[in-house]
Design a protein. Structure first.
Length: 215
């Protein structure tokens, strides 16, 4: 099963991808986490990424594509993978098709801009292991501490309200056209992003199970 999670920034793609990963036993691959690892390590790509992310802009397609293509060659992806945050542009999607990075279906989490701004202000992330939390919708067991590795949680720079609004504008202009691209391939499945984490996951698990039976 090869799945893409699609939707605006802050829609809960990372949280839902992690839950689906646990349910089906295939890795959830977050491009955001791959990029942040490069930023923390201070690599040349990481330094370039940091400038883009702080301004709310998207990374160049070729850089992101190479990072993802390398990651899915790992042994844990042989039975499938869940892509969170990729593709984000039509060029990336076309590169995937051209290079035979296969996608069975795309889960589109739909949420209003107002809901997105509210959600993102409460997000927390672990820079050590990449685990994501939310102070209201998916809180850690201990406030400010990662459940997975025990490291401190932080607020991402790109979750600041002014950056969120810019990211949403970029999403609507550059990423939302992917809906039509995957609709033409009969791969797009809409998910109502309003509600609790568990309510949303019940929808996702149901449609993923049905879609998986057809693969």
């Amino acid at each position: 099963m090869k799945v893409v999670f699609f939707g605006p920034p802050g829609a809960g793609k990372g949280t839902q991808a992690a839950k689906l990963s646990e349910c089906f036993g295939i890795p959830a691959i977050s491009t955001g986490h791959i990029i942040r690892q490069a930023m923390v390590a201070g690599t040349s790509v990481g330094k370039i990424a940091e400038d883009y992310i702080k301004s709310g802009a998207l990374l160049p397609d070729d850089i992101v594509f190479l990072l993802v293509a390398e990651r899915i060659q790992n042994d844990d992806c042989q039975k499938g993978y869940i892509l969170d945050g990729f593709p984000r542009t039509l060029v990336q999607a076309q590169l995937m098709d051209e290079k035979r990075i296969l996608v069975d279906f795309v889960l589109d989490i739909e949420l209003s801009d107002d809901s997105i701004v509210k959600r993102m202000s409460g997000r927390r992330v672990c820079n050590a292991c990449g685990a994501a939390f939310h102070i209201e919708f998916n809180p850690p067991t201990v406030d400010g501490v990662c459940n997975e590795c025990g490291e401190s949680l932080t607020i991402r720079a790109d979750d600041a309200p002014e950056v969120v609004l810019k990211r949403l504008a970029v999403y609507h202009e550059q990423t939302e056209p992917l809906k039509a691209y995957y609709e033409k391939q009969n791969k797009l499945i809409a998910i109502d992003g309003e509600g609790t984490v568990e309510e949303i996951f019940r929808q996702i698990k149901e449609v993923a199970s049905k879609a998986g039976d057809l693969i």
